[in-house]
Design a protein around this ligand. Structure first.
Ligand SMILES: NC(=O)c1ccc[n+]([C@@H]2O[C@H](COP(=O)([O-])OP(=O)(O)OC[C@H]3O[C@@H](n4cnc5c(N)ncnc54)[C@H](OP(=O)(O)O)[C@@H]3O)[C@@H](O)[C@H]2O)c1
Length: 311
């Protein structure tokens, strides 16, 4: 990791040997298509160069349009941005992986991806229905495919040269380990919920030891209230150093060695969330001593996306 008190510039080396991921990323989990476009454009203008997308967010087309327009206006080359998207649960069958990848690339309007993640380790009934259920409302899982089967198909995408790195998401250490051990191409990134109330210390230690980047989502507690943004330790540090609670939480995430995703929806918040700098050691230690433990998103247990409303 590059070291500087100006954390906006932090980039982390990926284990593919050729790419670096900007530590501070913009997440595109935004239900409204119009807001997706303006927020993505605002994020690019504020300085974000890492964009996290997903087939499941159903807005790759809007993200792609906003990135194209913003890059043209700002003279920003493709190599200057880092774009991730994710394979959804209903596409885990190996023969569905490449078509799903191509469809995402097409919607994003890109000819390669920097990173492709398996969105969750849970395979759903294969097909175009993203949320397959039986008549009682129970999720229809697909027990005919293993995570390793899907991983092999992900490895082929890297072989074919249109995807620079692959990884996992919404997964615990016990499920990462067998994939890591059997993988020909090791996961470069593991994306999970992580913040001071869910520090994922054991997974982070594993990732650091293996050179895998842990990419934290919901660093601001998904904006839920009351929550991390109102935590007294965070608020006190923010007041003491003249930063906002959001800036404190994002800086903590980067300084502890994770990459991090945040979803500011306005231009002012994009500037605020991008403008992060290193916290003093005493502040880091105070945050590390917070005892509250809370998981906000149960997707890791079921594969059902906790922050996406059912339609
Ligand atoms: N792999 C997965 O399953 C998974 C799951 C969840 C998320 N993600 C990814 O991670 C990204 C980030 O997750 P997240 O949306 O939970 O991140 P987050 O940044 O913790 O929460 C976003 C919420 O925080 C609020 N917020 C943002 N900046 C703020 C600020 N400066 N001050 C006060 N409130 C602020 C926003 O509220 P307003 O709406 O009021 O602006 C927004 O709704 C997602 O977009 C997605 O890309 C992945």
């Amino acid at each position: 990791m590059t070291k500087s008190s100006d954390l906006r510039l932090t980039r982390m080396q990926l284990n593919n040997g050729s790419s670096q991921i900007p530590a501070l990323g913009f997440g595109t989990l935004i239900p409204d298509a119009g807001v997706t476009k303006t927020a993505t454009r605002d994020a690019l203008e504020a300085g974000f160069r890492h964009f996290d997308c997903a087939e499941r967010y159903r807005n790759e087309r809007e993200v792609g349009e906003a990135l194209r327009a913003g890059r043209a206006a700002g003279g920003i080359g493709r190599e200057e941005i880092f774009v991730t998207t994710k394979l959804w649960n209903s596409n885990h069958r190996p023969e569905r992986v490449e078509p799903a990848f191509e469809a995402s690339l097409d919607r994003l309007g890109l000819d390669y991806l920097d990173l492709y993640l398996i969105h969750t380790p849970f395979a759903f009934q294969p097909g175009d229905e993203q949320d397959p259920r039986d008549q009682n409302g129970n999720v229809l899982y697909d027990h005919g495919v293993t995570l390793l089967d899907t991983w092999r198909a992900m490895e082929s995408l890297v072989d074919h040269g249109r995807c620079r790195a692959i990884g996992l998401s919404d997964i615990g250490l016990n499920e990462v380990l067998p994939v890591y051990e059997s993988a020909r191409i090791k996961p470069a990134v593991v994306q999970v919920e992580a913040h001071p109330y869910l520090p994922e210390t054991e997974l982070l230690e594993f990732c650091k030891e293996k050179g895998v980047v842990l990419l934290a989502f919901a660093p601001l507690g998904h904006g839920m209230k009351p929550g991390l943004l109102e935590d007294p330790v965070i608020s006190a540090i923010a007041a003491r150093i003249g930063k906002t609670p959001a800036q404190v939480l994002l800086a903590w995430a980067v300084q502890r060695g994770t990459a991090v995703l945040t979803t500011p929806r306005t231009a002012a918040r994009a500037k605020e969330n991008f403008n992060i700098s290193a916290l003093p050691d005493d502040a880091l230690n105070e945050i590390n001593r917070i005892q509250t433990r809370q998981r906000l998103n149960e997707v890791v247990k079921t594969g059902v996306p906790g922050f996406i409303a059912r339609t």
